[in-house]
Design a protein around this ligand. Structure first.
Ligand SMILES: Nc1ncnc2c1ncn2[C@@H]1O[C@H](COP(=O)(O)OP(=O)(O)OP(=O)(O)O)[C@@H](O)[C@H]1O
Ligand SMILES: [Mg+2]
Length: 292
């Protein structure tokens, strides 16, 4: 099932004027169920606009979209948005948009309560979620305004986790987190994907951060999908990474140079798969390639 976008465009209309702004243009994208997908690209390339289509915050102005078994088509009235949001959890790029209750605990428990959980069930789910994220449960009693930006970001991730969605859509979940917390969050997401079959879509500005964890990479540019593929395909598109405003991680450069060198030695294609395997293995040891 997963997510399938066909010829999606999205145009922003400035309120109070006739001005329009293209957010997405002619996007075709298929994210398979159970995959961990990283979405990258420079500022303004359309990442957040894309993410907000995945749980119906934005609906396309052109094209059609299928998310799990929910279907939406531009110009048609959208139905079952509440049901969709129960199964697709979205973390906004700016977590303060997500926290509006007087305590963090109430904010995190809001979703489950809204969908019929008892007070006690919702509170215990909230506690479990913050603890999984390495936060102390005492944070539940604080006001969101009392949190540091990193704590606030983790608490916002907890508002998504507590709903146990089938698809996690997280817009820069690691922004404002320290190095250790970033890795903890990425590992937790990888484990939700590998061990519990959840689909994970994560926006990041840093390829080196997601490279060890994601199965697939989407690079956005000017509202379009410029690339969609795995680490091996990415390795063969190094100039695109630089053109897209990112630094090529040393592990990916290593994979590329290693494969190229062996391809020169064995130009008839023999050993190509073995070389690819060895390159991926060594780059994994160096900190790139997929980590379980
Ligand atoms: N509310 C809005 N009204 C008008 N234009 C918008 C609005 N939000 C985004 N845009 C425009 O749509 C395009 C895509 O923006 P989007 O926020 O999706 O980019 P992004 O890749 O998430 O950027 P960033 O990395 O800075 O978060 C940009 O040109 C932006 O100016
Ligand atoms: Mg954004």
């Amino acid at each position: 099932m997963g997510i399938k976008l066909e010829n999606i465009s999205y145009t922003y209309h400035d309120s109070g004027s006739l001005k329009t702004h293209l957010g997405l243009e002619d996007v075709d994208l298929h994210i398979e169920e159970g995959k961990f997908v990283a979405v990258l690209g420079v500022s303004g390339s359309g990442k957040s606009t894309l993410m907000q289509h995945f749980n119906g915050i934005l609906l396309p102005t052109d094209g059609k979209i299928r998310i799990l078994d929910f279907h939406y088509r531009a110009g048609e009235k959208a139905t079952q948005i509440q049901e969709l949001r129960k199964r697709v959890g979205l973390l906004f790029q700016f977590p303060e948009h997500q926290m509006f209750e007087e305590t963090v605990g109430k904010d995190i428990a809001f979703g489950p309560r809204n969908f019929g959980a008892t007070e006690e069930e919702a509170h215990s789910a909230a506690r479990h979620a913050v603890e999984q994220l390495g936060l102390d449960a005492s944070i539940l009693e604080l006001s969101p305004f009392q949190l540091s930006s990193g704590q606030l970001r983790k608490a916002a991730i907890a508002t998504v986790m507590v709903m146990d969605p089938d698809i996690y859509v997280l817009d820069e979940p690691t922004a404002s987190l320290d190095q250790i917390s970033r890795e903890e969050v990425m590992k937790l997401l990888r484990s939700l994907c590998t061990n519990e079959g959840r689909t994970i879509v994560v926006v990041s500005h840093r390829l080196e951060e997601v490279l060890p964890y994601a199965d697939e990479f989407v690079i956005m540019g000017e509202g379009r999908v410029k690339f969609h593929g795995d680490a091996a395909e990415l390795m063969n598109n190094l100039p695109l990474i630089t053109e897209s405003g990112m630094i090529v991680p040393s592990s990916l450069r290593f994979m590329h140079d290693f494969s190229e060198r062996f391809q020169t030695s064995f130009p008839n294609g023999h050993y190509q798969h073995q070389v690819q395997d060895i390159a991926e293995y060594v780059s994994k040891v160096l900190g790139g390639g997929r980590r379980a």
